[in-house]
Design a protein around this ligand. Structure first.
Ligand code: GRG
Length: 297
C-alpha cells in the first residue's frame, strides 16, 4: 500500500467516523440503551471499505465531498445493521465482531434487533434529508438503489438464500448468485451512490462503473473466504474455513485455495481493465480495489 493511499484512506476513515459520530443519536437521549447499542455497533471499528469505495467513485466524478460523505455513511450504516443481525443467535450466532463482543452479547437480543432496525432507518433518513445532487430525480433514484441493494432483491435476499442452503452443496453459479446479493449488492451501491453524487459522469461511464463494482463485490467475497480459510488453517490445522466448518459453501470449499486465488486475480484484472478507460481519474478506485484484494483481515 503506498503512503499516499494510506494517508488518503486514513483521512476518509476519520471523516466518516466523525460524520457518523455526529449523526448517531446521543447516549444522553432516551431510549439510552438503544442509542448506546447503535453507537457501539457502528463507531470505532471496521475497515470502512464501502465508504472508501464511495469516496473513490465520488473523486472520479469530482463530486461534492459533503454529499459523498452522506451516502458513504448511509451505506456503512446499512452494513453495520447487517452485521448486528447476522451475528444474532437466529442467524450466525457469533460472539465476537471487530474484536469485541457482538451487539446481542454486549446488550441483549431485543436491543440488537432494534439496533439493526434503527441503523437501517437512519441510513435512509440521511440520504433523504438534504439535497445531495443538482437533480432531485437522481437523488430519488439513489434512495431507490440503496433500498434495492439492502432488501429482498439484494443483501437480505442473499442472506435468505444463504440460510436456505446451509448444509447443502452449491455449484459455483449458485454460490456467486448468493454473494452477488449478500455482499456484492451493497458494495455496488457504495460505488454507484458515490458516482451519482457527481453530475459529470455520462450513462455509459455509469454503466462501466456498475460493471466494475460487480467485479469488486465478488472479489471482496473470494478474498473473505480465503482469509477465513487461512485463519482456520492457522488455528485448527483445517483448510476449509469457519463458514465451511458451519456447513456453508465457500469459494475455497468449492474450488480449493489455488483456484480461489486465481478467481480473485481474474476479477481484479477485469476491474482494472474497466478502470483503464477512466485514466488517472480512477487512481483512488484502483487503489481501493488493490486494498480489498490484498487486505489481511
Ligand atoms: C442480516 C440482512 C442481513 C444480512 C447479512 C453482509 C451480511 C448479510 C452478513 C455478514 C456476514 C459476513 C461476515 C459475510 C462475509 C463478508 C462480509 C460482509 C464481511 C464483513 O465485512 P467487512 O470485512 O467488515 O467489510 P468490517 O468489520 O471491516 O466493516
Amino acid at each position: 500500500m503506498t503512503a499516499d493511499f494510506q494517508s488518503w484512506a486514513s483521512h476518509c476513515q476519520a471523516s466518516i467516523e466523525n460524520f457518523l459520530d455526529s449523526r448517531l443519536p446521543s447516549v444522553d437521549c432516551v431510549p439510552v440503551r438503544l442509542h448506546q447499542a447503535m453507537r457501539y455497533a457502528v463507531l470505532g471499528g471496521g475497515k470502512r471499505v464501502r465508504p472508501l469505495l464511495a469516496f473513490a467513485a465520488g473523486e472520479l466524478g469530482q463530486a461534492d465531498v459533503a454529499s459523498v460523505t452522506v451516502v458513504a455513511a448511509a451505506v456503512e450504516l446499512i452494513h453495520a445493521y447487517s452485521l448486528v443481525h447476522d451475528d444474532m443467535p437466529c442467524m450466525d450466532n457469533d460472539v465476537l465482531r471487530r474484536g469485541k463482543p457482538t451487539c446481542h452479547v454486549e446488550f441483549d437480543e431485543a436491543t440488537a434487533l432494534l439496533t439493526g432496525d434503527s441503523l437501517q432507518t437512519l441510513a435512509f433518513e440521511l440520504v433523504a434529508e438534504k439535497q445531495l445532487t443538482e437533480d432531485a430525480k437522481t437523488q430519488l433514484s439513489m434512495i431507490r438503489q440503496l433500498a434495492n441493494a439492502s432488501g429482498s432483491r439484494g443483501m437480505a435476499g442473499g442472506q435468505a438464500f444463504d440460510l436456505d442452503n446451509v448444509g447443502k452443496t452449491l455449484a459455483l453459479p449458485e454460490l456467486e448468485f448468493m454473494h452477488i446479493h449478500k455482499t456484492g449488492a451493497l458494495i455496488r451501491a457504495a460505488v454507484m451512490l458515490g458516482a451519482h453524487c457527481s453530475n459529470r459522469l455520462n450513462d455509459e461511464q455509469l454503466n462501466q462503473l456498475d460493471h466494475f463494482a460487480k467485479c469488486v463485490g465478488l472479489a471482496f467475497q473470494v478474498v473473505d473466504d480465503l482469509l477465513d480459510a487461512e485463519a482456520t488453517t492457522a488455528t485448527l490445522g483445517k483448510t476449509a474455513g469457519k463458514d465451511a466448518e458451519n456447513n456453508k459453501p465457500t469459494y475455497v470449499s468449492i474450488m480449493g485455495v489455488r483456484e480461489a486465488r486465481e478467481r480473485a486475480e481474474k476479477l481484479q484484472q477485469d476491474a482494472d481493465r474497466i478502470l483503464r478507460e477512466f485514466g488517472d481519474a480512477a487512481l483512488r478506485l484502483r487503489q481501493v480495489t488493490d486494498f480489498i484484494i490484498k487486505r489481511e483481515f
